[in-house]
Design a protein. Structure first.
Lengths: 268, 443, 443
């Protein structure tokens, strides 16, 4: 069911990167949370967004998706502003942000993935229901189609939202911590699915905070700590040795800096 | 009692006045319940409360400016104030960083105060009864009428009826948009269905509904009907469509029951406020749903837990008697000993009584004897327990002394398919890891 | 409309009431329970009516006890519903509020027909009647205020903990439930004492408004409570003052005074509007959190970011040819970053006015002063980047976000060390030894 971009009726310029951010600063109530982010991610990558808590990972995604205003800078998806490229974007929210008591079934949720294509007022028909069924099939959730979403395990809930993203038939996916509260089997299934998406030329951004698995999951990383620390292929970017060699850092300095900052912490 | 005996039960359902009041109440309540479903699901129930109070200055201004009870200026004034309430609440929350509930409270109480001041300042020029703010004119629904398609209908239907239809049409037309924006607003915005736009659209519907209902039933019933029937339906349904239908049914039943309760002679000699009684009826139906909803009711949950607890106790009793017999085939326990052995208490005694009534156990000479049926069932349970232990040791390599406790928990949930799988996995081992026989399946 | 001689008494009463409501209400606002006050004042009505039916008198203490009972029952019901069912808190509050109030309206209409003469006093509970404040009422208010303040002072630490993090309070062994009930109990008492003075809706306002307004002025609980108390007290006094007839000596002319006094308004809504005015003022003009201050600061931030971007772009374009200062084509500059034409032109105009660049038709050249400024901005930027790369494991909460503060945040020796390390690896720019190379590829 995942077709090439031609199904969206849009021609994508061959050489424009999937995501391009220039000088992006995002502020919550005059406190910048992200400073001067500049990055380019080429098409067809599985991208991990990594950084400590409060580093602005979710903020980055929300700003890219136009859910937060930018204090400065701009974001382009395949060379065009976000507003013109909505139909190319799929999104999986953080599990905590979902109202699990909402009276919808698994199939209803997946059907929502097709709403964007339908436009206003038109209802999903047989074609859309078929798409929803196929997407559920892909995440192995077909037998749960009629369940209310509360009656699923954490891993199953995550798969439902993954299926909804699949139903969006996007080119670029953004997922906010899809592995939180998920069992090992589901995590493996999800990552397999993401790798399949990549092999179909999709670009997938995943907010992630388990540093152990970054190297095995992702082929591209964005290291974030309010500012962009690094962005590039995992093999060359996500190596402490490389970081330190490039920027002349050493553990002693690192500790010293952390300590200095900690002592001056109560500045509000 | 005398009064009740003389009471003609069917009178309200045949009298023109009674039918009018119920009709107006039902239509109003359905109009409220339709939009209320989305308010409850969006966790903005109190926005209905806020708008219902905040429209007061809008009403007064519209009355002053138009100088009559003309319905159009009233609608416009109230809808404008309703949207203003929403907008101010949102703005305070977003830009002033006031918590959402407090910002709502700030906005609507202030607007209401302005309304009261306006009302008092121009009291001489307005025919506006303050009591009506709370109760409306529902009791007088039968007085003025208009004819439509050959039917004599109460006047209030001219305002409430179209609003109910508008709400219904809006929900049917924007079904998909309202659903997705209520469920997941960032996603909705992302796919091009602006959550903000849908929010204000819904709030405009709420404001118009509130105003239309105001004159008919008063603010208190509006608030009750916006929240109670949808919340009741939410306890009963797991799909949005059904929830909305059930909410409407609850709203209609509440208006009939409420009206009946308000009749002279039921609660008070000369009757009470029908609007207040309908609000109580809606609250009462919610209370019933809280207690008895098949899936989410408190009592249903308790009953389910109790049933499970009883089943486990019955099985524990059978298991224990089987094991005692296994060790010493002549030993038979007294009922009190058996009850104490599974932890005692009235639940255990009840479980024992149930076993005897179902013919699993017999009491002879003050001792408990298993019947053949009981022994067969016990053997099946023991088999499940020991298969599970064998499986744990054989396939997961757990040490012997670690397997009894988990098996004790799992034994009550081993059903036929799982048992067959276990049998295949442990390849018909005749004895369990503790060296005891695993009973066969033969009867 | 209040008689002149007892104005002072009434002012004292409303001020005390406002202050206490402000202090207690602050906790409700902090705990996201602002609308519980609204619920309470509605839920009190059936209690008042029941108490009246039982006692058959308008003894204020007796009525208050009835209100207290149903008010607390309402709070408990909301707690039970949110704890045991899937209904969310907002809907639970709405249902309890409307059902209880509906019951109150029903009871009121029963009372109205049973004892038409005696019920007049109950109507004041809906809209309030400040003029009816008597000496015994003031004593009641003063007693209530004293009790509440003593509780708040004694349990300040516990309430602070509970408001901040009730789970933590529980884990530390505090009886969170009991404290919670006590806190809500004080809220109930304040509401009920204030009810006959302000009425149902306006009492909810007195609970929410002062606390929400005070929140703009401080971040600490102690001062917050004090400020909320002052705001509440001030609203009470101002509102009462506006509602009272003018002293004779202010206007000699009897006719003017009569005219002004004729348009006097009831004090209840005026008290609320005074509180609303204080809130509005705080919202707009509070020094740090007010909307004006926040927007100014945000504007300044945007301008600063834009300026830094421009200077950095100029520096980065000059960098390859340093120490020469090349002519930079404006088109190149425009392509370097994604800013609009007018932003570019405005900054170039500003910079040349400040002597940072020299402009030719289509080109710009940094002056020595401009180079120094641009180098400084670039240095700060790169040092921060370097620091964050070095310490990627540090939670960003520990790092102040202000780029200019690099000197203040990091100790000078550390900065020198970072610089030295870059210089040692030959990555420091030649022109000024203070600009480290950007750690990521320039775009």
């Amino acid at each position: 069911m995942i077709k090439e971009a031609s199904s969206t009726g849009e021609r994508i310029e061959a050489n424009s990167p999937a995501l391009e951010i220039h000088d992006m600063t995002v502020a919550y109530h005059r406190k910048p949370v992200l400073w001067d982010i500049d990055l380019v991610v080429p098409e067809g990558k599985l991208v991990g967004i990594v950084g400590p808590n409060g580093a602005g990972k979710t903020t980055l995604i929300k700003a890219v998706l136009g859910l937060l205003p930018l204090a400065s800078g701009k974001v382009e998806i395949y060379g065009k502003p976000f507003g013109e490229q909505r139909h190319l974007i799929g999104y999986v929210p953080q599990r905590e942000s979902v109202d699990w008591d909402f009276p919808v079934t698994v199939r209803d949720v997946v059907l929502m993935g097709t709403y964007g294509r339908l436009g206003w007022i038109r209802r999903p028909g047989r074609a859309e229901r078929e798409i929803a069924r196929e997407c559920l099939e892909q995440v192995g959730m077909n037998e749960f189609a009629k369940r209310q979403i509360r009656q699923l395990s954490g891993g199953q809930q995550q798969r439902v939202f993954l299926a909804r993203a699949l139903a969006q038939d996007a080119k670029v996916y953004f997922m906010d911590e899809p592995f939180s509260g998920v069992d090992a089997a589901t995590e493996a299934a999800i990552i397999e699915l993401l790798q399949k998406l990549r092999s179909q030329g999709k670009t997938v951004f995943v907010v992630h905070h388990d540093l152990q698995t970054v190297r095995s999951y992702f082929d591209y990383v964005i290291l974030l700590n309010m500012r962009l620390v690094a962005c590039g292929p995992t093999a060359t970017t996500f190596t402490p040795a490389m970081l330190h060699e490039t920027y002349g850092g050493r553990l002693t300095i690192l500790d010293e800096a952390a300590e200095a900052v900690r002592q001056r912490e109560p500045i509000r | 009692m005398d009064l009740l005996a003389q009471f003609d039960w069917w009178q309200p359902f045949t009298s023109r006045n009674g039918l009018s009041i119920m009709l107006v109440g039902a239509v109003t309540n359905v109009a409220c319940a339709l939009v209320g479903c989305y308010l409850v699901l969006r966790r903005m129930s109190l926005m209905g409360d806020a708008i219902a109070h905040a429209v007061l200055p809008g009403l007064v201004l519209a009355l002053l400016l138009s100088g009559s009870m003309n319905i159009l200026p009233l609608f416009l004034g109230a809808a404008a104030i309703g949207l203003l309430t929403t907008f101010l609440t949102q703005t305070l929350h977003q830009y002033g960083r006031v918590p959402a509930d407090a910002s709502m409270g700030v906005v609507y109480t202030s607007l209401f105060a302005i309304g009261v001041v306006l009302l008092k300042s121009y009291a001489g020029q307005l025919h506006f009864d303050v009591q009506c703010v709370f109760e409306g004119w529902l009791g007088f629904a039968g007085m003025r009428r208009f004819s439509f398609a050959g039917l004599e209908l109460p006047m209030q239907l001219r305002t409430v009826g179209p609003v109910a239809l508008i709400n219904l049409a809006a929900i049917l037309l924007f079904w998909k948009e309202l659903k997705v924006s209520s469920f997941d607003s960032p996603f909705s915005t992302l796919i091009g269905i602006s959550a903000t736009l849908m929010h204000y659209f819904l709030m405009a519907l709420v404001a118009v509904t509130t105003v239309a209902s105001f004159e008919a039933v008063g603010s208190i019933l509006v608030v009750a009907m916006l929240i109670a029937p949808p919340a009741t339906a939410h306890l009963l349904c797991d799909r949005l469509g059904r929830m909305i239908v059930v909410a409407c049914v609850v709203a209609i039943v509440a208006s009939v029951v409420g009206y009946w309760f308000a009749l002279p002679g039921i609660f008070a000699e000369r009757g009470v406020s029908p609007a207040g009684a309908m609000a109580c009826a809606a609250g009462g139906m919610y209370g019933l749903a809280v207690l008895f909803s098949p899936q989410y009711g408190i009592i249903s949950k308790l009953v389910r837990n109790l049933q499970t607890a009883l089943r486990i106790l019955r099985e524990d009793l059978l298991l224990m008697l089987y094991r005692v017999e296994e060790v010493d085939s002549s030993k038979r326990m007294r009922p009190s000993e058996a009850v104490d052995a599974v932890g005692g208490g009235w639940l255990a005694r009840l479980a024992l009584a149930m076993l005897r009534r179902r013919g699993r156990l017999e009491l002879r000479d003050g001792r408990l004897h298993m019947t053949d049926d009981g022994r067969w069932r016990a053997a099946r349970l023991v088999r499940g327990h020991r298969l599970w232990e064998t499986y744990l040791v054989k396939h997961l390599g757990l040490p012997l002394d670690h397997v009894h406790a988990p098996a004790d928990r799992v034994e009550h949930y081993i059903h036929q398919p799982l048992r067959e799988e276990l049998e295949r996995a442990v390849e018909d081992a005749p004895i369990d890891p503790h060296g005891r026989e695993i009973p066969g399946t033969a009867r | 409309m209040i008689g002149g001689s007892i104005t002072a008494n009434i002012m004292l009463g409303t001020a005390l009431l406002g202050a206490t409501a402000g202090v207690i209400g602050t906790f409700a606002v902090l705990r996201r329970r602002a609308l519980v006050g609204d619920m309470l004042s509605h839920a009190a009505l059936p209690g008042i009516c029941l108490a009246f039916l039982v006692m058959n008198s308008r003894n204020r203490l007796g009525l208050s006890i009835g209100a207290l009972v149903t008010g607390l029952l309402g709070i408990v019901l909301v707690g039970v519903i949110t704890r045991w069912t899937r209904t969310k808190e907002d809907a639970a509050i709405g249902i309890v509020l409307s059902t209880f109030f509906g019951a109150g309206v029903v009871l009121l209409s029963k009372i109205q027909q049973d004892q038409s003469g005696n019920q007049a006093g109950l109507g004041t509970y809906l809209f309030g009647e400040t003029a009816s404040i008597s000496r015994s009422d003031i004593q009641l208010i003063a007693g209530m205020a004293a009790v509440c303040l003593v509780i708040v002072i004694l349990l300040f630490k516990e309430f602070e903990l509970l408001s901040f993090d009730s789970d933590f309070a529980t884990s530390q062994g505090w009886p969170a439930l009991a404290l919670d009930l006590l806190m809500m109990g004080t809220l109930t008492i304040v509401t009920i004492v204030g009810l006959p003075i302000c009425g149902v809706i306006l009492m909810a306002a007195l609970i929410i408004l002062p606390g929400a307004a005070a929140r703009f002025w401080t971040n600490r609980l102690g001062p917050l409570l004090v400020i909320a108390g002052i705001f509440g007290g001030a609203s009470g006094m101002i509102g009462t003052f506006l509602a009272s007839p003018l002293p004779e000596r202010w206007f000699g002319s009897e006719r003017v005074r009569a005219l002004l006094n004729a348009s006097l308004l009831p004090p209840g809504p005026l008290i609320v509007l005074s509180a609303a005015a204080i809130f509005l003022f705080s919202l707009l003009f509070a020094p740090r959190r007010g909307i004006v201050a926040e927007n100014l600061a945000e504007l300044r931030l945007r301008i600063r970011i834009s300026r830094e971007h421009m200077l950095r772009a100029l520096y980065e374009l000059s960098e390859p040819q340093l120490p020469n200062r090349p002519q930079i084509d404006e088109k190149t500059l425009l392509a370097q970053r994604h800013w609009s034409n007018w932003v570019l032109n405005w900054w170039l105009w500003r910079f040349s006015a400040q002597g940072l660049i020299e402009r030719d038709r289509e080109t710009a050249q940094l002056t020595p002063a401009g180079l120094a400024a641009a180098a400084q901005v670039t240095r700060t930027h790169r040092l921060w980047e370097l620091f964050l790369v070095e310490s990627a494991g540090i939670a960003s909460d520990h790092v102040d976000r202000d780029a200019d503060d690099v000197e203040h945040m990091l100790p000078a020796p550390l900065i020198r060390k970072l610089e030295a390390r870059l210089a040692a690896s030959g990555r420091m720019p030649v022109v000024s030894q203070i600009v480290p190379e950007s750690p990521h590829e320039l775009l």
